[in-house]
Design a protein around this ligand. Structure first.
Ligand SMILES: [Fe+2]
Length: 90
C-alpha cells in the first residue's frame, strides 16, 4: 500500500498530473483489494472475514469511481476500453 505518491511531479506535464494521480489511485485501490481479500482468507473469525470482504468490495467501487473519471479525461483510454470491451462481446 502506498504511503506517498510514487511519481516525480517535476517530470510530469502539468496537464497530465490529474490523470497520473488517478492511475496511481487505481493501483492503490487494487492493492487494497488484494490486501483485504488475503486477510479475509487468513482469518478463521467469520465476523472479521465478513467485514474484510465488505471493505474489499468497497475498494472495488473506488476503482470504478476513479476508472470512470479517468475515462472521462483520457479519450485514448476510453477508446481502448470500449474497443476491447466490444471485442470481448464478439
Ligand atoms: Fe479505497
Amino acid at each position: 500500500m502506498f504511503s506517498e505518491v510514487p511519481i516525480d511531479v517535476e517530470k510530469i506535464n502539468p496537464e497530465d498530473l490529474d490523470k497520473e494521480m488517478m492511475r496511481i489511485a487505481i493501483m492503490a485501490e487494487f492493492d487494497a483489494i488484494n490486501m483485504y481479500e488475503q486477510m479475509a482468507n487468513l482469518t478463521d473469525d467469520n465476523d472479521l472475514k465478513t467485514i474484510l470482504l465488505d471493505i474489499a468490495r468497497e475498494e472495488k467501487i473506488h476503482v470504478a469511481m476513479f476508472d470512470t473519471v479517468l475515462m472521462e479525461v483520457d479519450n485514448e483510454y476510453l477508446k481502448v476500453m470500449a474497443d476491447y470491451s466490444l471485442a470481448r462481446k464478439g
